[in-house]
Design a protein around this ligand. Structure first.
Ligand SMILES: Cc1cc2nc3c(=O)[nH]c(=O)nc-3n(C[C@H](O)[C@H](O)[C@H](O)COP(=O)(O)O)c2cc1C
Length: 714
């Protein structure tokens, strides 16, 4: 019922209708001058309409452009920002929401300072810059884009002088007052994530010997002085709090929880009305998915609970918290409010849907990190599953408006592109018929759901959403030209996925060699219909029994069952280390298989957003998967795979690898037969998703969305 999560709560003098908070997220929608304009208003208004008790804005620069991370960040550094900020507070209030501003100075990661040739300010000049120890796992394009965002040349880092610190405290205090006069409902000081306050708090970054360094009381002085100055500026009745790191992971000598707890107590004493509990790790590599963009569900809830036990002010918990977990945390007195970040990009209507008891209709975040990859490149946030996010201004009204003309839309293919196209076309009032040749919907999303759990929630959401819609779904039917005629189709959208490039590797026809599709069919019991290879009798019987008993109906069931039994050998070679290859490697290694991935390029899983790649590659390496890069497979025998790879010295070596199962995740090719067929019925089809080239879930959903949105618009 989510009664606890939906119950009212108070921070200082601020009454909130429920305990769901939109976490601060730097969405970088501002146009490059830190000002609030229509797109920013539309983004926040959409989240206010979604029913959250409180929205905390993205980090907003108190000294903009000084100390800002990006030109696209919001600013609050002088009164010229007031009209925009006022409009923002009003837009949220008009939707019945409450909004607090997050105030920040980015310290060592103030990229706008380095772009514009100013010194970076830190507590002390670090002895050595952070250097990743393992492989960077970034493509050349990504490294170039990050380099461009960081600005030309090497930034100069300077130890903050007393004048700098005075300026910073003053900038926060006047920003807080400005926010108050603009109509905001509260102020959050960003004292986490390696920005200025967090650097002062961290013994790893703060090596000062003056009153701001050494003992924790000294390291917390800048934060506490700022809280006091802000309190003086806004008065006692205005809610003011801070966000802190409970832990600094992977940073020798960094913040530890015991100290974070003391910092929270000091902040409470200095006048904070609440504590928001996040965490941090060096931002390049898998650590980024430990803090602040945590991958482990509920990764920080124990920290929040311990803080709550020790403090008398409300505690805001964050970090991959589902509504169910959030509700139980409130019920058990382990947190007072629940902040959600990525889920609010995926579906800003989450709180309203919980209230309407429509849990199943909440579009889930698939934790693919597409959103948070963008700011690394100084680009506007994107959500893989919600194309509206950060485009509300251009797209919201178009989506809501029913089409002037009701068209007959035929969609071929029930993968993510076809499902999204069907959803949107139906929403806009068209008559939609969807043909799927398999007996279940999902297409490539089913394999994706099998090997990466969050994708299953997306699949379930599509199934639930379409089951509530008027889309006419024809399962197990291959669309024929006659169907185009019988449906009187005005529009045909082909989303039938890609064809498979025939493998040229010698031995790839052998019975222990699978491709992604046949593996999915094998695991999910679709063997008889679509698996072309002969399985040995015993495994085939087992799969048939599993299917008969209904044990292979959902990806979750297959995942569970496959922990006990999988019809494949122990030594698995995966040919192709793209997204599919790496997710499969993790799935198989978790099930005790010895897995080697052989990949042509230098960077594995390059289609994943790089933070997700960092996490996935970290996890497969931890599981003992061997990644062989810059290698080409030449031959597959009954027991071995022969590959050639380029060594560091440029020489080539040929290696025979033991393998009793081989999975090829190689090449997809556009599917051109179907479009030609549709043309014979006199309709020019719209081709989307993998049938135009492989775009994975994000590409598929965005394609489907835009194709359906454009129907009947001209
Ligand atoms: C795109 C994006 C931008 C973020 N920007 C900020 C920010 O400006 N300030 C901040 O304190 N945290 C920021 N975060 C971290 C979130 O507030 C939140 O702590 C984190 O995403 C974990 O919560 P979640 O699992 O609900 O997404 C950002 C997260 C994302 C995904």
């Amino acid at each position: 019922m989510f009664d606890h999560l939906l119950s009212s709560v108070r921070i200082g003098s601020l009454d909130l209708k429920n305990r769901i908070v939109v976490a601060p997220m730097g969405v970088e929608i501002a146009e490059g001058d830190g000002r609030v304009r229509e797109p920013v208003l539309a983004y926040y208004a959409e989240r206010a309409r979604g029913g959250a008790g409180l929205i905390i804005t993205e980090n907003t620069s108190v000294g903009y452009p000084k100390g800002a991370n990006s030109a696209h960040e919001l600013g609050v550094s002088d009164d010229s920002f007031l009209p925009g900020l006022r409009a923002l507070a009003e837009a949220v209030h008009a939707e019945g929401g409450r909004i607090a501003i997050q105030l920040a100075h980015h310290g060592k990661v103030a990229r706008l300072d380095s772009q514009q040739g100013r010194d970076l300010i830190m507590p002390s000049v670090p002895e050595a810059h952070f250097r990743p120890t393992g492989p960077l796992d970034l493509t050349l394009d990504e490294m170039r884009a990050m380099g461009r965002a960081a600005g030309p040349g090497h930034p100069t880092i300077r130890s903050a002088t007393p004048e700098d610190l005075e300026e910073i405290v003053g900038a926060f205090a006047s920003a807080a007052q400005r926010a108050q006069s603009a109509g905001f409902d509260g102020v959050e000081l960003h004292a986490a994530h390696g920005y200025i306050f967090s650097e002062f708090l961290s013994p790893a970054w703060n090596r000062r010997t003056d009153m701001y360094g050494g003992a924790l009381e000294n390291r917390a002085r800048l934060l506490c002085d700022t809280l006091v100055a802000c309190r003086e500026a806004v008065g006692n009745d205005f809610p003011l709090w801070c966000r802190v790191d409970a832990q600094e992971f992977r940073q020798p000598g960094g913040i530890v929880f015991e100290e974070a707890l003391k910092t929270a107590r000091l902040a409470e004493k200095a006048g904070a009305d609440a504590i928001h509990v996040s965490a941090y790790a060096p931002p390049l590599g898998a650590g980024f998915t430990e803090g602040p963009i945590v991958h482990t569900p509920g990764g920080y809830v124990d920290y929040a609970a311990q803080m709550k036990a020790q403090l008398s002010i409300p505690v805001i918990a964050v970090g991959r918290i589902s509504p169910e977990l959030g509700d139980s945390l409130i019920r058990d007195g382990r947190a007072d409010l629940i902040a959600m970040g990525r889920p609010m990009l995926a579906d800003p209507e989450l709180p309203a849907k919980l209230k309407r008891r429509e849990r199943g209709s909440i579009r889930p975040c698939v934790y693919c990190y597409t959103c948070v990859a963008q700011p690394f490149f100084d680009r506007r946030v994107r959500c893989a599953v919600n194309p509206l996010t950060a485009n509300e201004n251009e797209l919201s009204d178009r989506l809501k408006k029913r089409s002037r003309e009701r068209k007959n839309v035929v969609i071929v293919g029930g993968g993510p592109a076809g499902l999204e196209a069907a959803r949107v076309a139906c929403l806009r009032g068209h008559k939609v018929t969807l043909f799927e040749q398999q007996s279940q919907l999902g297409g490539t999303l089913r394999l994706a759901a099998l090997v990466y759990r969050p994708n299953e929630e997306l699949l379930d959401w599509f199934l639930e959403t379409l089951s509530q819609s008027d889309v006419d779904i024809r399962l197990g039917q291959t669309m024929q030209v006659s169907d185009v005629v019988n449906c009187a189709a005005d529009v045909v959208i082909i989303a039938s996925g890609s064809g498979r490039e025939p493998s040229t590797i010698k031995g790839s026809e052998k019975s222990h060699v699978f491709d992604g599709d046949s593996l999915r069919a094998l695991l999910s019991g679709g063997v008889d219909s679509s698996e072309r290879r002969e399985l040995k009798l015993f495994p085939r019987a087992l799969v048939a029994v599993g299917r008969f008993l209904g044990l292979l109906r959902t990806p979750a069931q297959v995942r569970w069952l496959s922990r006990w039994y999988m019809p494949m050998g122990q030594k698995v070679a995966i040919v192709g280390g793209g997204l599919v290859g790496i997710e499969l490697a993790e799935f198989l290694a978790e099930r005790g298989r010895r897995v080697t991935v052989i990949e042509k390029s230098k960077v594995a899983a390059s289609e994943m957003a790089h933070p997700r790649r960092w996490r996935a590659l970290h996890d497969v390496r931890e599981l003992g998967v061997t990644l062989v890069m810059e290698a080409t497979v030449e031959e597959i025998t009954d027991t071995q795979v022969l590959y050639e790879r380029i060594l560091d010295n440029g020489q080539k070596e040929r290696v025979w690898l033991e393998a009793d199962t081989v999975i090829q995740t190689l090449g997809s090719i556009p599917n051109s037969e179907l479009p030609d067929l549709v043309r014979t019925a006199g309709v020019e089809p719209i081709c989307i998703g993998d049938c135009t080239g492989v775009g994975y879930i994000e590409g598929a959903i965005h394609d489907g969305f835009h194709a359906a949105l454009s129907i009947g618009e001209d």
